[in-house]
Design a protein around this ligand. Structure first.
Ligand code: C5P
Length: 409
């Protein structure tokens, strides 16, 4: 997922340290610094002397609004003390790009410059994003060093494969800044959903008219993908049953692609009984053509045509009737008028625990935008939330669903 709209709660009051070592990929770290710098976190950058040859410290200083640390011995004593305090207050430490050299030093416990000294002193979760020539990366010595880091609890982010700056093709490319950002975000997320199984549906469905045409809607899947990403970050095992979208499945999520409402029904129903929480974000078609033509319908000489439609199965209503004991069920509702009244009706009729209601006519809400403005409906009543990023909303939804679970058990 791209860094989301608005301020993300999990960055508030957090200190992030970004270590940049000397590879050509250091320029990509500037984008990561920019993304992190826009959150509520206090972001500090430590560069190796070599990294400062590739990108100027001023770039990072401007992006994160903190002085960049480069070497232990080129600053005064006070600053040396400060770097130990940085190691103490860091909530997460990411080294991106991590050269073979820095990885080797980390694995051996060598602390001979500002970056490696602070790394060795820090006790927070550490992430390492290796980026180097394929030969260096595949070298068994580097692989052994990475294995050592993993054994000591460091998260090693897999490099991408492709054409490298040196002209070789293979493993060793620094992942995109958005992937690194997401990894930091995961490291900061509370693990309050660990051990839970969550099923999320997302996107539109397509109902075939003939082999070429279908009936569908404007859903992009964005809300559902953010819901799946949030649960996964917080430690849940997540299955995402998704209609056709242009989005990449969030990290760590099992995606089950489907097309029609009937396929979605089957994919959800067959997995429902083992889930602790089900969130139905998908914009499921309510009607489908009674028959899908086997061949492309020709326009012929006719002036018009009539499509005969029939109802699809209501998946949420089915889940409401068949749910496992203790399972929490959340649906979405999109209306253009009488939002609360219609959504309240859905809550009761479909036996859901919560309906997230959004009014398509409200600015910033609805399809294809990164934000949403919703009203949450539960048995306890209606709660209007302010306009917020869909990612932040996903966390708000789970905060409440988890509270409901706790009340029941
Ligand atoms: O009744 P309405 O379609 O507005 O209800 C929306 C909610 O019901 C959403 O959570 C949607 O995923 C779900 N739904 C469903 N199966 C359908 C239609 C809607 O699960 N056939």
């Amino acid at each position: 997922m791209q860094p989301g709209g608005g301020r993300i709660a999990m960055f508030e009051g957090k200190t992030i340290v970004l270590g940049v070592s000397g590879g050509i990929a250091a320029y990509k770290a500037a984008q990561l610094a920019s993304d992190l710098g826009k959150t509520a976190a206090d972001v500090h950058v430590i560069m190796t002397g070599n990294a400062a040859q590739f990108v100027t410290p001023l770039t990072f200083e401007t992006l994160v609004n903190n002085r960049v640390a480069i070497d232990t011995f080129d600053r005064n004593f006070e600053y040396n003390v400060e770097h130990v305090s940085l190691a103490k207050k860091a909530d997460v430490f990411i080294v991106a790009p991590a050269t073979a050299n820095v990885i080797a030093k980390m694995a051996a416990g060598i602390a001979d410059d500002m970056l490696t000294t602070t790394l060795l002193a820090a006790r927070c979760p550490k992430l390492v994003a290796p980026a180097m020539n394929t030969g260096m990366y595949d070298n068994p010595i580097t692989q052994r060093n990475l294995e050592t880091l993993r054994r000591f609890g460091v998260t090693v982010l897999e490099p991408d494969s492709g054409l490298l700056a040196c002209g070789d093709t293979g493993r060793g490319r620094l992942p995109a800044p958005a992937v690194l950002f997401e990894a930091v975000r995961r490291a900061l997320a509370p693990q309050d959903m660990a051990g839970l199984r969550v099923l999320v549906t997302a996107g539109p469905t397509r109902e075939a008219v003939d082999p070429v045409r279908f009936l569908s809607n404007r859903s992009t899947g964005r809300m559902g993908y953010e819901v799946a990403a949030a649960a996964s970050r917080r430690g849940a095992a997540v299955t995402l049953v998704t209609g056709p979208t242009a989005l990449a499945a969030p990290q760590g999520v099992e995606a089950v692609p489907v097309e029609s409402a009937q396929e979605m029904f089957e994919a959800v129903a067959s997995r429902a009984s083992v889930q602790d929480i089900i969130v139905k974000c998908a914009a499921v078609a309510d009607f489908r053509p009674r028959t899908a033509a086997a061949d492309k319908i020709k326009k012929g000489a006719s002036e018009g045509m009539t499509l005969e439609l029939e109802r699809t199965r209501d998946i949420l209503a089915y889940l409401g009737q068949t749910r496992a004991p203790g399972q929490v069920l959340c649906g979405f509702s999109m209306e253009t008028r009488d939002l609360v009244a219609h959504s309240q009706e859905k809550l009761e009729k479909k036996h859901a625990d919560m309906i997230v209601a959004n009014n398509l006519n409200e600015p910033g809400a609805g399809f294809a935008v990164p934000t949403n403005a919703v009203t949450l409906l539960t048995k306890a009543g209606a709660e209007k939330l302010p306009l917020m990023g869909k990612d932040a909303l996903a966390d708000e939804i789970f905060d409440r669903l988890l509270a409901m679970r706790r009340e029941r058990t």
